[in-house]
Design a binder for this molecule. Structure first.
Ligand code: DQA
Length: 144
């Protein structure tokens, strides 16, 4: 099983940006944590990160016929991007939306998610463990 893990804008700043919301782990720590988990359960993972909306659309499209699942934290584009929603709908690859912080407990604008409508699951507020839970969910779905 092959899973593509996509992170959107400012997630490269993990460990520096607003630790009260996003914790102290860096983006590199996050990648290592996901890799370790994926190795343990025998899943292949690849990683992409960009601060640009169009890049995120390209990454999602690249999953078509190449990946069995997508885990995506679109960052702030969650709350604005119909293009990212449409990309997930286009490829038909099971996709889990992940947020490190609990977006429902923050500003009202963070409660809106365009991408959610195209996702098999949304995980919010479980810190970086949410990425591991997302992978487990996709693996369970593929075994059914
Ligand atoms: C985030 C939540 C978003 O509202 C925010 O813009 C982010 C990160 C999260 O992981 O909690 O960049 O997606």
């Amino acid at each position: 099983m092959k899973i593509l893990v996509i992170n959107g804008p400012n997630l490269n700043m993990l460990g520096i940006r607003e630790p009260k919301h996003y914790g102290k782990e860096t983006y590199g720590d996050l990648i290592n944590k996901i890799k370790q988990h994926a190795d343990l359960i025998g899943v292949s993972v690849e990683f992409r990160q960009s601060n640009h909306e169009g890049d995120l659309v390209d990454y999602i499209q690249s999953a078509y016929r190449n990946f069995d699942g997508i885990v995506i934290n679109p960052g702030a584009y969650t709350h604005t991007s119909i293009a990212i929603l449409d990309a997930v709908k286009s490829v038909g690859v099971p996709t889990v939306e992940v947020h490190i912080s609990d977006v429902n407990a923050r500003e009202d604008f963070r409660k809106i998610s365009y991408i959610r409508a195209a996702c098999v699951l949304t995980i919010s507020g479980h810190g970086t463990d949410g990425y591991l839970e997302a992978i487990d969910f996709l693996v369970q779905g593929a075994q059914k």
